[in-house]
Design a protein around this ligand. Structure first.
Ligand code: GLC
Length: 654
């Protein structure tokens, strides 16, 4: 481990801030009060279990903590509170923890299918979601990511990623009790819940930020405050911008304080200073508090950004990994049923290290971001070579690494592709990005996609892209034009992409609305709080009226839903879809067709996915047995297989 500087206030005074004295820990009492208040199920001390888990990790935890903070007092405080959160954990959750410890692969089973949704857009409130669990089950989903739902201020919320209170649910969505109730009911139904843990920053409306703004030094030290621009200027030399158009720069001037505060994302999202052990301890307590509400998966938001160092790009620094490793151990000590899902929107060589090593793991799961962007590049180019290359890299990783695969999510698509390789193939970065954006905004002749640019940088010409899966596949255009042939082609593309996504190594994640082909929602432009942020184009209200069509086979929804449901059923039934299955690529000798193989025990499945809109031949020749089309049951020879335009095969060896 690299030697790191100890925490130093960004202010000049040398006197130790009050909050840096061990024992000055807020919030912890709150969790204790809440769980013990009126609840009869306070567990007996299962000291043995806890002590055994602690003993397993104590040396390493202490070593890493001391390396970052060098403060025994704070470490003791941390330990005291870990045991407290353990005691406060409900017996039902402790039972789940133990069961999951026995079956650590629980989240990697072939039956796992995720869906992400906005509580308000989907069902109004948390209680509303509870009433819609039947629908969620009907979608075959058993893992629900509830988009940010903690307290935030309208208009300064970044879709909920600017948290004003980590222990309060947004009033319009319900209460912490509602969340707990939803988690309980989900558990009864075999559904896991995922929640975001926004750890890089708080909202400027968080109590710490308010007190910092009011001039309290100990709270200013939880952020990065500077009374002149000299240090910010040093950072700006090397730190890129996340939102170059909507929130340029990495610092915000606070006129009433005559000071700058670090704000990597929006100006109202103040970066937390993890050099301060109070910040680490307090954020761990917030994490454990949420875990104790019954959350199963914690999505650690924007994690690469949490450690800042002048002269670097402030991304993926070694200390970030130290912190994530500590969080992993803390989870395994207090609430081992919890899965850490890292959000690392970076190139693959930056992503994989967040799994840690097999002996010292960090995140359980990571988003397969590059594959998502590369998938859409493949749709636009009909050239699957880059995707194949990426699949080869993934197949070389340890099988314990679990990726979360998705086609679309709540964020934009950044064209973070492997340009050195693309350039070898004649696709230069700047014109290629322009091509992708022109293609998906529908400017390119022959494109059926519809959508909008995101954070277009007028200086560099760089831009990202936003739209729903259905709109990108042509469902919006075909619907608008009333063109039935185009609609069938669009549905076919959409289904093929899902079939491919479900085939990948890892856990598939649906974006709510995609199962009914929901298209872009342009109404965000009417809301001044949302209008500048085109990501809202794919965060529209869930259209329950379209759900009425899912049983009508002639409708768009009926066709799409049934075909996706069939794929999901097959996936849940076949062991070969387990995350532990071997996975590799298959040469098809046609660049438009991606060939993949999954194998587990004696089961083998060949996937062929045609990204071109015309029929092509996959020049494969699998001589190891008879194959059957898993969808139709038809026997087929896995040799020179003709695949329809935007068609696919899941071929099972029989
Ligand atoms: C993550 C979220 C994104 C948000 C950002 C800042 O990347 O996915 O929506 O804007 O973090 O919290």
């Amino acid at each position: 481990m690299e030697k790191v500087e100890k925490f130093e206030s960004t202010k000049k005074e040398t006197q130790a801030p009050k909050a840096l004295k061990a024992g000055n820990v807020e919030h912890v009492g709150k969790a204790g009060e809440k769980i013990s208040a009126g609840k009869t199920e306070r567990p007996e001390k299962e000291d043995g279990v806890y002590q055994e888990r602690l003993a397993r990790h104590l040396d390493e935890l202490k070593w890493l903590y001391m390396e970052l903070y060098g403060n025994q007092g704070f470490f003791e405080d941390l330990l005291k509170n870990l045991s407290r959160f353990y005691e406060e954990r409900k017996p039902s959750l402790k039972k789940l923890d133990q069961a999951r410890e026995q079956q650590p692969d629980w989240y990697r089973k072939n039956g796992m299918l995720g869906m992400m949704l906005y509580v308000d857009q989907f069902a109004g409130t948390l209680n509303g979601v509870r009433k819609k669990l039947e629908y969620i089950k009907r979608c075959g989903v058993n893992y629900v990511h509830l988009m940010p739902l903690l307290d935030t201020v309208e208009g300064r919320s970044d879709g909920g990623y600017a948290v004003a209170d980590f222990r309060k649910v947004q009033e319009k969505l319900g209460t912490m009790e509602d969340l707990e109730k939803l988690a309980e009911e989900c558990h009864e139904e075999g559904i896991s819940l995922c929640l975001d843990f926004v750890m890089n920053h708080t909202s400027e409306d968080h109590e710490w930020a308010k007190r910092a703004r009011a001039g309290e030094r100990e709270y200013q030290d939880r952020y990065f405050f500077f009374d002149n621009y000299s240090v910010p200027a040093m950072y700006e030399k090397t730190v890129p911008q996340v939102f170059p158009t909507t929130a340029p720069g990495n610092f915000t001037w606070l006129p009433e304080r005559q000071e700058f505060v670090m704000t990597t994302f929006y100006p109202y999202q103040w970066d937390l200073n993890y050099r301060n052990p109070v910040v680490f301890n307090e954020m761990v307590y917030n994490f454990l508090y949420l875990a104790n509400q019954g959350i199963d998966v914690l999505r650690i938001d924007a994690v690469p950004y949490i450690w800042k160092q002048i002269g670097t790009n402030c991304r993926n620094l070694p200390q970030v990994h130290t912190i994530v490793r500590m969080m992993r151990m803390i989870g395994e000590i207090v609430c081992p049923g919890i899965v850490l899902l890292g959000e690392v929107v970076m190139e693959p060589d930056k992503v994989a290290p967040y799994f840690g090593t097999v002996e010292k793991p960090e995140c359980h799961m990571l988003y397969n971001v590059t594959t998502m962007a590369t998938t859409w590049h493949t749709v636009a180019t009909r050239d699957a070579r880059l995707l194949k290359r990426q699949m080869e890299i993934i197949s070389g990783l340890p099988s314990s690494y679990t990726f979360l695969n998705y086609l679309r999510c709540h964020d934009d698509i950044g064209w973070g592709l492997d340009y050195p390789l693309l350039e070898d193939w004649g696709m230069l970065q700047v014109p290629h990005k322009k091509y992708l954006n022109d293609y998906f905004t529908g400017k390119w002749e022959g494109s059926v996609s519809r959508g909008e640019l995101y954070n277009e940088d007028l200086v560099t010409g760089d831009a990202r892209f936003c739209a729903t899966t259905a709109s990108m596949c042509g469902i919006e255009k075909a619907g608008f034009e009333g063109n039935e042939a185009a609609m069938e082609a669009a549905i076919q593309t959409d289904v093929m992409l899902h079939a491919y996504m479900l085939f990948l190594s890892g856990i598939p994640m649906l974006y709510s609305g995609d199962e009914i082909g929901q298209v872009n929602d342009y109404t965000y432009k009417e809301d001044p709080n949302k209008a500048p942020d085109s990501r809202y184009i794919h965060r529209g209200k869930f259209q329950w009226d379209l759900v009425d069509n899912i049983d009508l086979p002639q409708t768009v929804q009926g066709r799409l839903f049934a075909r996706l449901a069939k794929l999901e059923e097959l996936r849940a039934a076949e062991k070969v879809f387990d995350a532990s299955a071997a996975f590799w690529t298959l040469e098809t000798w046609d660049d438009a067709i991606l060939g993949l193989v999954r194998e587990k025990e004696d089961g083998k499945l060949v996937g062929l996915f045609n990204f071109s809109d015309e029929a092509r031949i996959a020049w494969i020749d699998e001589k190891d047995g008879q194959y059957q089309d898993l969808l139709t049951g038809e026997s087929i020879e896995a040799s020179a297989v003709s695949v329809d335009g935007h068609g696919f095969y899941w071929l099972k060896r029989v």
